[in-house]
Design a protein around this ligand. Structure first.
Ligand SMILES: Cc1cc2nc3c(=O)[nH]c(=O)nc-3n(C[C@H](O)[C@H](O)[C@H](O)COP(=O)(O)O)c2cc1C
Length: 346
């Protein structure tokens, strides 16, 4: 199974669903000695297949394909639906969009999304929000593909190990993007990435990857010293030349440091950490529908904001330490991280 100690540098470029990952970014990271990833949660099988083929043409090294695992939800009562619709229709940007309860919220069939994975065999497949069915883990193993799952607590990590996964991504509270907690209504321990990693190393025997606010080589060294086999970095790669983050997203990451990052349910219905903007402020304390209904419902707003380069209404997912993001090519970022890491490790 996948051997993290064979990596030239113990870095996984985080899977980031929503158009950020692409073959160029993933292959540059892999060719520089790390693991390049794809967040395929919102992708159709055809696109997943194309991305895996295009990436394999650019690198022979390890690739990670990532998916969301979550259950279908019921629509809440009509009165709640009306409040959620009102919250969005009252936004200044809403006049130019049609906001309504989605007739067909986006429910990907993970097992269908996995067909191209079984066909093209990336070295790693990872899951966020939950553990895939046993048959998926067994299928991956029969093809020599390692399986990783995000955990935000010891309880989730033990369940992941018991299910037969090969490694755990310990996601700290500082991490950008969606909080990977299995049950969004459960109490959240909100542990930092280092604290969680130290805890999981004690209660699990499979490898732990540390994720959350890891922005430079010293942070990677700290993650390894806490017992992790590798560090998973999302935000650090968002501002790379090759990243598919929108121009506004990159601009805010590099130039809007005073805003800070906060959690919001407003965009998708599940808590995710992003750079604070007008949407997040106006949606604070407003009614939202559960994931993925809210996500589908805000799609037209987000698309319009993207088209008009309006950062105030885009989901600018970013980790707590986004002010340390650097605008480099992925290759140069990997080289810089490697040098910093080697210095930090002495
Ligand atoms: C823009 C963005 C999108 C993300 N999308 C995913 C995803 O699709 N799947 C996943 O497992 N994690 C996703 N994450 C979370 C990362 O895997 C990781 O936990 C996080 O980036 C680590 O914190 P950092 O951003 O401070 O490096 C995303 C993070 C960001 C910033």
């Amino acid at each position: 199974m996948f051997n993290f100690s064979k990596l030239e540098i113990p870095i996984i470029q985080a899977p980031m669903a929503g158009g950020i990952n692409n073959p160029k970014l993933a292959s540059e990271v892999t060719n520089a000695g790390g693991v390049g990833s794809f967040g395929f949660a919102y992708s159709a099988p055809q696109k997943i297949s194309e991305d895996l083929v295009a990436t394999r043409a650019l690198t022979k090294g390890p690739i990670n394909a990532n998916f969301f695992v979550f259950s279908a939800v019921d629509l809440p009562a009509q009165a709640i639906q009306a409040q959620a619709i009102d919250a969005l229709r009252n936004l200044p940007i809403a006049g130019d969009c049609s906001v309504s309860i989605p007739q067909a919220p986006f429910y990907p069939d993970v097992e269908e999304q996995l067909h191209p994975v079984w066909e093209h065999c990336p070295e790693i497949v990872t899951f966020h929000f939950g553990i895939p069915p046993l048959r998926v883990i067994e299928k991956a193993h029969s093809l020599g593909i390692a399986v990783g799952v995000t955990a935000t607590s010891a309880e989730e990590a033990i369940a992941i190990e018991t299910a037969g996964a090969d490694f755990i991504v310990a996601q700290g509270i500082e991490a950008g993007g969606h909080r990977g907690i299995f049950n969004p209504s459960a109490a959240d321990e909100k542990l930092t990435a280092i604290h969680l990693t130290k805890k999981l190393v004690k209660c699990c025997s499979i490898p732990i990857v540390c994720a959350g606010a890891i922005m430079d080589g010293t942070d990677i060294a700290n993650a390894l010293n806490a017992g992790a086999v590798a560090a998973q970095l999302g935000t650090a790669f968002l501002s790379c030349d090759e990243s598919g983050a929108s121009p506004a997203h990159k601009n805010y990451l590099l130039n809007q440091h005073g805003r800070g990052s906060v959690f919001t349910k407003g965009f998708s219905g599940r808590l995710a950490r992003g750079i604070e903007n007008e949407f997040i402020r106006l949606m604070e304390d407003r009614v939202t529908l559960p994931f993925p209904i809210q996500n589908t419902m805000t799609a037209s707003l987000r698309q319009l904001a993207g088209k008009t380069n309006n950062g105030e209404y885009q989901s600018l997912w970013a980790g707590q330490d986004y002010s340390r993001a650097r605008n480099l090519s992925a290759k140069d970022l990997m080289l810089t991280l490697k040098n910093e890491f080697l210095v930090a490790m002495g």
